[in-house]
Design a protein around this ligand. Sequence first.
Ligand SMILES: [Zn+2]
Length: 361
Amino acid sequence: MAGLGYEIDFLPVGNGDKSGDAIAVRYGEPGDYKVMVVDGGTKESGQALVDHIKEHYGTTHVDYVVNTHPDADHASGLEVVLEQLTVGEVWVHRPWEYAEEIRHWFKDGRITDESLAERLKDLLSHAYRLEEIATEMGIPVYEPYAGSKIGDFHVLSPALDWYLELVPQFNKTPVTKTASLAEALKSYGLRALEKVASWVDEYWHIETLSEDGETSCENESSVVLYANFAGRGVLLTGDAGIQALGKAVDQAISLGFDLTASGFIQVPHHGSRRNVSPSILNRIVGPKVAHGSTPTKTAFVSASKASKTHPRRVVTNAFLRRGASVHQTKGQSKRHSHNMPERAGWITSTPVPFHTQVEGD
Ligand SMILES: [Zn+2]
């Protein structure tokens, strides 16, 4: 069937308990499709993206490669995409270009613009590597800030001025320290922090999701993308948190878009309960609906197979309550499509059910 269509593929990332994103998007009309890759996960999932695009999109060309934020489990797979496919444009934040603007945030008076730029390249080496490869290969590099357009997608967040406030706080926030502690404990074989200690009851009309979740500044710096394909929205959120999502809604409104209209939405940060709240979900998914209503939206969550905390049930319940059907990767590829060619052999995904017990901590 001719006419505008789109498909969004979430590929699985890793088999450990760390989650990442590897997303391929194709949209347009037959004979005139655009291909976008948003994050590449690990090297392994980057290779899977390359194979997927060749096999299912029938091309070796990617129009847009986007890195939402510099975490290894989002950025490293993109190296493989850049090396093995032809790429039109690379979109990645380059904070080292703004050393002069952000230097005043640092207490150490001896720091120079040049040394700060070098430190940032080192700290955010996975993103810097993408710039290096793109430059070597002659691929133009652009930065995804609010107001930019990447093909048919609008960048809703972060705005450049807010991004420059986040950068000095990278790798320093209390949340990041907790995560590092969890990593340290894991190396001793202690996995207590991964376990869910207790359960609490939830009902359709009783929500226990907290209003005051906080995530790291790296996550908040995630690129939030939105496209509107003939009235159907597609919202990709990376690891964005409550602050970034709030700014994204404001930006969408200023562009004349209602994010709660029907369409597709990515559950941010692999379904972490720190990245969403009831009030932000009311603004990006929609108001609560009656139990048993037919879903009007589709939500995908990229969560590693072994993770006990991705996605949180309290989060998938919150999406279900707002009229979204939820699907999770957990080791499998998931496809959402509208008005696109059939894909032989792909079966319908089983949605995540509403859970009457959720994690209590
Ligand atoms: Zn992530």
